[in-house]
Design a protein around this ligand. Structure first.
Ligand SMILES: [Zn+2]
Length: 267
């Protein structure tokens, strides 16, 4: 699978308002340009991310949510969902998993993009934020198998929210990527989107973002890239015949088996 794959839809699930811009906004902007339906799902609204005692948490939420909407808009994304879990205290609980399953089942994305739950330490000077790890863990656990199991959280069906099996999970990663998305045409958008987080960015993100994206693209036939470890949960054939609906998928598989055994009998 090359970098020309454009999913019909993608849901990005992250902890904080600016995580998407740092990690995958180049890819999402590219998909949005190609016509994909995209939504951001943020677990927290970054309410402790403004280190100013004059600004209350409620004010910080307002500021950061409006910065996030502006950043999304720059990337061509109009839907942003905030779960408003407490920033800095995020935990991968069953309650949070259910909230995320609800949004996956409502939005029915072909692709889920999330962080890497196994990333704890980086180099000599980085410890991954525990909120990032919690959001990544809960996103992965919601994506598979739970979101696609009709008999799990079946009470959601009463609200018309039915089970959904996403096709692929794109895990953002720095050093064990197997899929590289060319973001040459959207790197400006990524940088502009990052600049929308005015309360966070008092430095020029341009050189650093280009440096990171060039590092990721090294050795590939592209100038700038974002890297992912991609997990394919539903095969191309199965996706074509179910588009994420587990009941349709089940019916398709049964029918296929039936035809196969019929053909066998005829031989
Ligand atoms: Zn973050």
């Amino acid at each position: 699978m090359g970098s020309i794959y454009n999913p019909e839809s993608a849901l990005a699930i992250f902890a904080h308002p600016d995580d998407i811009e740092f990690l995958c906004a180049g890819t999402l902007a590219r998909w949005a340009k190609a016509g994909s339906r995209i939504a951001y799902l943020l677990c927290t609204s970054g309410d402790v991310g403004i280190a100013d005692p004059q600004i209350s948490k409620a004010e910080a939420i307002d500021i950061r949510e409006s910065e996030t909407r502006a950043a999304a808009k720059i990337a061509g994304v109009n839907q942003v969902i905030f779960l408003r879990e407490p920033d800095g205290m995020l935990e991968a609980t069953m309650e949070l998993r259910k909230k995320i399953i609800r949004e996956i089942r409502k939005f029915k994305p072909e692709v889920i993009i999330c962080g890497d739950p196994t990333r704890v330490l980086g180099g000599e000077s980085y410890i991954n934020h525990p909120d990032h790890r919690a959001a990544a863990t809960v996103a992965i656990d919601a994506a598979f198998p739970a979101a696609g199991q009709p008999n799990l959280f079946e009470e959601l069906q009463a609200e018309g929210i039915t089970a959904h099996k996403p096709r692929k999970v794109y895990v953002t990663t720095w050093d064990n990527a197997d899929v590289f998305i060319n973001i040459e045409e959207t790197i400006e958008i990524k940088i502009e989107a990052l600049r929308a987080h005015k309360s966070q960015i008092d430095w020029d993100p341009d050189p650093r973002i280009r440096e990171w994206a060039a590092e990721t693209a090294k050795g590939k036939e592209m100038e700038y890239a974002e890297g992912y470890r991609v997990i394919t949960l539903v095969s191309d054939e199965d996706w074509e015949n179910s588009v994420g609906d587990p009941l349709k998928l089940d019916a398709y598989k049964k029918e296929k088996k039936r035809k196969e055994s019929e053909a066998e009998k005829a031989n």
